[in-house]
Design a protein around this ligand. Structure first.
Ligand SMILES: [Zn+2]
Length: 317
C-alpha cells in the first residue's frame, strides 16, 4: 500500500485557483460535513460538463482502466466540494476496477467491496496518462494503475471524488435521483405521469433531478425548442401527446450531443484533457435578440428559478 504525497510537485493547494464563490451554508454528503459553495450558474454553465460529456468521459476511460488494479493514489489537493479523506489512498490501493458506470452526472468505478464516485463539477475532467506525466496546476488527484494513471483536474474544485462502501446508489447523493433520460424508464408516458397536477413550469420540472437526471439548462432550453413548447408552460397542462414529443426531443438532443462528442473522444481523454463542450450549434440557448434559426423571430430571454431561459415566441407555444 502506498500513499504518495508529492513534496516538490505542486503546492498543497493551487496557487492559481480562482477564489471560490460565496458560501451559503453547510450541506451533508455521506459522512462528510463540508461547506457548500455555489457559483454563479450563468458564469460557468456554458463550459460545465453535462450528461453527454460525462458519458463520453466514461467511454473514454473505460478501456484504459477496466480490469486493472490500483497501485497507488496521489492527492495533491483534497479540498474538493467534499474534502478527500487521508484514508482514500489506503482504501483504494490494490482494488481492481470491475466496471465503469455512469449514474446521472456521476462516474462510478466499481471496485468490488465498494466504489469510487467521481463528479466533474463545473470544470472537472479526467484523463488517462502515462505514469510520470508531470502534474500541472489543478491536477488534484491521480489514480495510478502501474504504468498508466487516471488524472482528475478541476480548476474550480466543485467536483468530488468519494469512496462509498457497497453500492454507489446507497450514497445520499445518488439515492434519490430520478430516471435516466437515455434509459428505458424515460418516455412520454413517464413524463405525462410525472407532470400531472404539477404547477411548476415545464422547464423547471425537466431540470428537477428527482424527476429526470442530467438535463441541464442548455439541454432543457434546446429540447423545449425542438418540441415547440414554451418553457414557462405549467407542467400539468401538457397533453400526453406533447409529453411524448418532449421526451423524444430530450433524447434526440442528448443523443446528438453524444454523437458529436464521440468523434473527439480520443483527443481529450488521452492528450490535452480539455473537455470542451459537445453542445452543437444551439437553436435558442444564449441567443437572446438573435433571429430564430427556423423563423427569424428574435429569441426571447426570461429568468426562471434564477436561470436564464431562451425561447422563440413564434415556434414555441
Ligand atoms: Zn422561431
Amino acid at each position: 500500500m502506498q500513499f504518495i504525497r508529492p513534496a516538490n510537485d505542486i503546492d498543497s493547494h493551487c496557487p492559481t485557483c480562482p477564489p471560490t464563490s460565496r458560501r451559503i451554508g453547510t450541506a451533508r454528503a455521506g459522512v462528510h460535513f463540508a461547506t457548500f459553495i455555489v457559483a454563479d450558474p450563468q458564469e460557468t454553465e456554458k463550459a460545465m460538463p453535462e450528461l453527454p460529456e460525462v458519458e463520453i468521459t466514461r467511454r473514454g476511460i473505460e478501456p484504459h482502466v477496466l480490469g486493472r488494479r490500483i497501485s497507488s493514489v496521489v492527492v495533491r489537493d483534497s479540498r474538493l466540494r467534499w474534502p478527500i479523506p487521508d484514508s482514500l489512498a489506503r482504501t483504494l490501493t490494490s482494488l481492481k476496477v470491475e466496471a465503469v458506470r455512469r449514474r446521472a452526472k456521476y462516474l462510478i468505478l466499481e471496485l468490488g467491496k465498494g466504489c469510487l464516485i467521481i463528479h466533474l463539477g463545473m470544470s472537472g475532467s479526467l484523463r488517462v496518462l502515462n505514469t510520470g506525466e508531470r502534474a500541472l496546476p489543478h491536477d488534484h488527484v491521480d489514480i495510478v494503475f502501474g504504468d498508466a494513471l487516471l488524472r482528475f483536474r478541476d480548476p474550480r474544485r466543485f467536483g468530488c471524488v468519494i469512496w462509498q462502501a457497497g453500492k454507489a446508489e446507497q450514497h445520499p447523493l445518488l439515492r434519490q435521483l430520478g430516471v435516466e433520460p437515455l434509459g428505458t424508464e424515460f418516455s412520454g408516458h413517464f413524463l405525462h405521469r410525472a407532470t400531472r397536477n404539477r404547477k411548476v413550469a415545464i422547464k423547471q420540472l425537466l431540470m428537477n433531478q428527482l424527476v429526470v437526471v442530467g438535463v441541464g439548462n442548455i439541454y432543457a432550453s434546446e429540447s423545449l425548442f425542438r418540441a415547440g413548447i414554451r418553457p414557462q408552460t405549467r407542467a400539468g397542462r401538457l397533453s400526453r401527446e406533447r409529453c411524448i414529443t418532449l421526451a423524444g426531443a430530450v433524447v434526440d438532443t442528448l443523443q446528438e450531443s453524444l454523437r458529436a462528442g464521440g468523434s473527439s473522444l480520443r483527443d481529450y481523454v488521452q492528450s490535452n484533457g480539455e473537455l470542451g463542450c459537445f453542445q452543437l450549434q444551439t437553436m435558442v440557448y444564449d441567443r437572446a435578440g438573435a433571429p430564430c434559426r427556423r423563423c427569424s423571430t428574435p429569441i426571447k430571454e426570461l429568468r426562471q428559478g434564477q436561470r436564464s431561459t431562451f425561447y422563440c415566441p413564434s415556434c414555441q407555444k
